[in-house]
Design a protein around this ligand. Sequence first.
Ligand code: TEU
Ligand code: CA
Length: 628
Amino acid sequence: MAYTLKSKIKDVWKNPVGHDVLAKILLQLNLPSILITNPLVSFLSLGQVKALSRGRLSEGFFESLIGLLSSVESPSTKQTEQKPNETWWKEAVFYQIYPRSFMDANGDGIGDLKGIIMKLDYLKTLGIDAIWLSPIYDSPNDDNGYDIRDYDKILEDFGTMEDFAALLEGVHRRGMKLIMDLVVNHTSDEHAWFQKALNDPSSPYRDYYFLQPAAGNTPPNNWTSFFSGSAWNLYEKQKLWGLHLFSKKQMDLNWENPDLREDVYAMIRRWLDRGVDGFRLDVINYISKQPGLPPGDETVGTMMGYCGIEHYFYGPKLHQYLREIREKAFAPYNAFSVGETPGIGMEMSKQLTGANRGELDMVFSFDHLETPGHTRFDDYVYDLNYLKHYLMNWTKNYGNDCWQTLFYENHDNPRMVSKIDPSGRFRVQVAKLLAMLQLTLRGTPFIFQGQELGAVNKSFKDIHQIQDVESIGLYHELLDGGMDEKSAFSKILAGTRDHARTVMQWNNTENSGFSSNTPWIIGDGDEAYCNAAEQMENPASVLKFYQNLIALRKGHKALIYGDVCFIKPKRKNYFAYTRELNKDKYAVECNLSANPLKRSMKWDHLVLSNYEGNDEILQAYEARIYRL
Ligand code: TEU
Ligand code: CA
């Protein structure tokens, strides 16, 4: 179907990209989908919407929307599988390690590979099947390793390639798998490729990046960086502009260049030759940019917070490149792949992961991490009813050809418990409720280090305690925008990624048992209330609750592949569902609020709960699982 300004909103809504783009706009503006699906609006043409917007939505906006709509290869990935086909990564429980903050073995205050080896038995005891390691490659650490200088060298702070081999051997000997972080949307500006590109006009590497001749002081376009400011660096000496969607030291790679792609595939194959089991692919949906790098639409830029995003969040060659990566690197090794795809909704996720698409195995979609109308730096209380409806929508509509990732936390987001219960009054109950949903719904759980202890946000006192390049960039952007220091810091405190990056609380001794030396990032004494050593000994701890749920899930495929049936889905603050497979049936019943709630169901064979007792009232954030 050709899309033009004559195309109706209803046709756009039916298109996978159109659906997700409109859904994203509704989410940002906290508006209901009926606003789009009602007959009045759904029969409007894009041309009429353009006229009604009185120029607020530019020509460029409709051009790129029509371009995106037309880029869809097959309208909707018709579901083929009656049942999801079984495979290890659908049954596994993944655990994400942020190496800098996990365990320090040599007492320099920085986590390292030997430290991770020391804790492999802890992970095995918890029931973990696969570990995702955030980047451990050589890096100047402008963005804590997501700025890679040498893909084939371990960061000195973390250890050596021998340490890595020992870690991998230890993981495999315990029957676990290891996936690496693949950061190939950009490299560090200190990477040899970029240094040659910058300093040698005839270098073939110049076309490995987006380097453009600089005539004056005006950047090639109005694209902005995720870490504040323009997305372009000016290299005065070389009279060049260089594109960087993230920090000034993270230079975007030009995937249009076939030699670059071959070099990347060869690098991936070298890691697979070393025995790794797969990859998490960093901002992988950004690797295909609109040719010519057209200017971003200001209205879209303001709405999404990043100018130009419509020209690279779902680029024209994305599917081609993902199929190539799989064909030339992953498939020969049967390697696993999960893509980090910010801004991608359900319909586009199907296009990227459908079983017969030959692209990624799974993706991380992030639309459940903030409730409608909110961004990460807004100070608000997260309503679990939104999470309920989000999970129900994906579970019902994602199809058997695709498989969800179930996660609340990673190294880029504050702690989920703190979003829901900022006071910490129900810290343990909320942490256990989140575990119940993550380990009994359909999808692959990804637990972020510390989440299994019920970790909460940190009480950073001032901006000098903040390490994260994104937060520091935003803080100065807010001050430049006229905000006072106190208000600017409270914005940062609401959403800084550093909440997730403080050191692991192994015990209640100095430096939380993480290191014999002062850690690279400050803590706030929370280890006195929350640490692994004490929780391992306490049957009522969050850690033991995770351990018991993971064991239950492992022992009963009904909690993995079983059909899901939602009970009383419209009842506010009440979340209940059953899982069933070959007569093996379970039921989960939860109270999503801080106030007692009368039960709706009479299930009685209680298996596990985050409270004692099995009566008619569900206490604050109570979560129970029954055997039927
Ligand atoms: O993050 C990509 C991403 O879009 C965000 O979640 C990001 O953290 C930021 O918050 C933008 O708003 C990935 C990595 O997970 C992140 O740690 C890196 O900083 C980023 O890519 C660049 O490599
Ligand atoms: Ca160390």
